[in-house]
Design a protein around this ligand. Structure first.
Ligand SMILES: Cc1ncc(COP(=O)(O)O)c(C=O)c1O
Length: 362
């Protein structure tokens, strides 16, 4: 595949792939302890946090489930700020475990309005926790997390953030923005394969954890903490992904966090401008358009499914379609992790060639 540009899994650099070809080691031995401590310390830098960070073997959704079950009890009132598929998923997980979820949903393509969050918290003082998606991958929208966080913290609530497709690519200073639990996933901006959810846990989240009664076994933060103290994970970890992550984190730190964020911002701009130059509208409201995924609205008779098929079969360019009600209505270009300006220009020129074959008339 020449260009895998879905919003995760993302391509991995050669060095990262090579790291995974290593022989297995004892996950309860000193070498793994060194690796675990090394990646945990580096992740803390990239999360911009002094809080605990845990590496959980599982996908991002596992991390979201962990965030819910470790901080809530059945019956707890939880405000779900949702702007798309993944916001809805976080709400569904919490509901499944018995939370009393109060939905605050916004039109897909738009960002959440911090004032509406303030009103919802005022109207329901019993709310304990607020769930927010930082970057909604399904619509290509990034919420103003700093503003939402200040509303949530003004009201004294716990803030639980799905940062799966933003952390590491878009600036998210976890401590500065008082995120109590922040979840990300290895297959997004981290340039490694799927397999790890990484989560930060604040002191306030630990206080909530003391009282949280939702059932948990595999995803127990307390177990993760006690094992981390001896350089282990409670369960057999995805050892090869740890090897990969160690190399990828070094690459990110070498490039420099600010440079990584700037590269994502620049490439996202190239993607948006390129798409508009082809005569296609951006689906996301542009003031909040994501730096990791660009959503493009189908217009001018464009058959997005046909376009994606031709791109894949004839140009080796793989993009994503729309999810749920956006199926057939949008397509999405992932530009996170290991991505250059040249990659996106290649994608744009392939799209340009294919548009007329897929029914598009400007
Ligand atoms: C914002 C967001 N939340 C949650 C998920 C789910 O993560 P996973 O597919 O790793 O379980 C994704 C993955 O696409 C995502 O982008």
């Amino acid at each position: 595949m020449k260009q895998l540009r879905v919003p995760g899994p993302t391509p991995c650099p050669e060095e990262v792939l090579r790291a995974m070809g290593r022989q297995m080691i004892n996950h309860r031995g000193p070498e793994f302890a060194q690796t675990l401590n090394n990646v945990t310390d580096k992740l803390k830098q990239l999360f911009q946090t002094k809080n605990d960070v845990f590496l959980l073997s599982g996908s991002g959704t596992g991390g979201l489930e962990a965030a819910a079950v470790n901080t809530m009890s059945p019956g707890d009132k939880v405000l779900s700020v949702s702007i798309g598929v993944f916001g809805d998923r976080f709400a569904a997980i919490s509901k499944e475990f018995g939370a009393d979820v109060i939905p605050l949903s916004f039109e897909w393509g738009k960002a959440a309005d911090p004032d509406a969050v303030r009103k919802a918290l005022k109207a329901n003082p019993a709310i304990k926790t607020v769930l927010v998606t930082h970057n909604e991958t399904s619509t290509g929208v990034t919420n103003d997390l700093a503003a939402i966080s200040s509303v949530v913290k003004e009201a004294g609530k716990l803030l639980v953030v799905d940062a799966i497709s933003s952390l590491g690519s878009i600036d998210l200073p976890v401590d500065k923005w008082h995120c109590d639990v922040t979840v990300t996933g290895s297959q997004k901006g981290w340039m490694v394969p799927p397999g790890l959810a990484m989560v930060s846990v604040s002191q306030e989240a630990w206080q909530a954890n003391q009282k949280a009664k939702m059932p948990r076994f595999y995803w127990d933060f307390a177990k993760a903490k006690s094992y981390l103290e001896k350089g282990e994970t409670p369960w057999t970890p995805v050892v090869s992904i740890f090897f990969a992550l160690q190399v990828a984190l070094d690459m990110i730190l070498k490039e420099g966090m600010a440079n990584v964020f700037a590269r994502h911002a620049r490439i996202a701009k190239t993607a948006r401008e390129g798409v508009k130059a082809l005569g296609l509208p951006i689906f996301a409201e542009e003031s909040h358009a994501s730096n990791t995924v660009t959503s493009v609205a189908a217009s001018g008779g464009l058959d997005t499914k046909k376009m994606l098929k031709i791109l894949r079969e004839e140009h080796e360019v793989v993009l994503a379609g729309g999810q749920r009600t956006l199926d057939g209505k949008i397509f999405r270009i992932g530009h996170l992790g290991w991505v250059t300006d040249g990659d996106i220009k290649e994608v744009l020129s392939a799209i340009k060639k294919v548009l007329p074959q897929a029914g598009f008339k400007e």
